[in-house]
Write a protein that binds this ligand. Structure first.
Ligand SMILES: [Zn+2]
Length: 311
């Protein structure tokens, strides 16, 4: 029902928009609009000091990726964009409606279909996933980050061929930093005393876990809408905590910690609870304080080092 309501809202909002928005109302810069923070941050890194680009992020108020609905202002920004970047997963169903209703042709680039060969490889057999559903949390894989950087760079060069050299250099510099981070994750696995994590929460970290051969127990598959874990789930997770002797319970950044507490009570154990940050509710304040994709994945590495028993 929520989805239908959101789609109706989009139609109503479009009815209120002027039939033709001047494409250059924001000046002569190339306008790039992104939905979620990782796409914004990658694009920001590729642009670097290159001039003539204006970049904006739609989800910058901490709204959860899965409950976002575009405002009238967002729709205007998307219509006026020279490039609109989005993931193209289940949470982006509203985008199709926006593009269909748009008064102008939007140069839209969904990343998920471009990564699909890699993304699908991870999907079969995942409990709780509908057949054919692809996990949309692509940004939590460093490999996907690198592939996305390549695709975004190509799209930017198409718009500004004169900036190709600096865009390519910035992208290559970033790929080196991704490779360094990847070395850190590999070193973590080389020194891991445990190869299993327990996440008392939604589970957007599937790509991250599978990229590093970390096995996982999670309360919900992906970001399932369920908010209450069943008795069976609690019992299974409590049993796993005991059997695997795990040193830490993990959650996502949006957890209130209640489920982790219930699991510990059921298990009769008390272990630290640590939050991995899946970058699904980022604020502009946080970004202005220096939060980046790389800093986030580096913090996640530190937490995983503890969870996997690195000395
Ligand atoms: Zn999610």
């Amino acid at each position: 029902m929520r989805k239908i309501a959101a789609l109706i809202l989009i139609c109503l909002l479009f009815a209120l928009l002027p039939a033709c928005s001047p494409a250059d109302e924001e000046g002569t810069d190339i306008q790039i609009v992104t939905t979620i923070f990782p796409l914004y941050d990658w694009t920001r890194a590729i642009i670097g000091d290159a001039e003539g680009f204006s970049l904006s992020l739609l989800l910058d108020t901490g709204t959860d990726v899965h409950s976002y609905q575009p405002s009238a202002r967002d729709l205007i920004d998307i219509q006026n964009a020279d490039l609109f970047l989005y993931v193209g997963g289940e949470s982006d169903e509203w985008v199709e409606e926006v593009l269909a209703q748009s008064h102008t042709e939007t140069n839209a680039l969904p990343l998920l279909p471009l990564l699909k060969g890699y993304a699908e490889e991870l999907t079969p057999g995942m409990q709780g996933y509908a057949d054919g559903a692809t996990d949309e949390h692509i940004w939590l894989s460093l490999v996907n980050a690198a592939l996305s950087m390549e695709e975004i760079t190509k799209a930017l060069i198409d718009l500004a061929p004169e900036a190709a050299e600096s865009l390519t250099k910035n992208k290559n510099d970033y790929l080196l930093r991704l490779a360094e981070l990847s070395d850190g994750y590999q070193a973590m696995m080389d020194h891991a005393a445990y190869h299993t994590i327990l996440v008392a929460d939604r589970f957007p970290f599937r790509y991250l876990a599978e990229e590093w051969n970390i096995t996982y127990y999670a309360a919900f598959p992906g970001c399932s809408a369920e908010t209450e874990a069943s008795f069976e789930t609690v019992a299974t997770l409590a049993d796993a905590l005991v059997q695997e002797k795990l040193p830490v319970i993990l959650t996502t950044e949006s957890s209130d910690g209640a489920l982790a507490k219930t699991i510990m009570q059921t298990a009769g154990l008390d272990v630290p609870v640590m939050a991995l940050d899946s970058m699904q509710s980022v604020t502009s304040k946080k970004i202005s304080e220096g939060y980046t994709y790389l800093s986030d994945m580096d913090s996640n590495l530190t937490i995983l080092q503890t969870a996997l028993g690195n000395d």
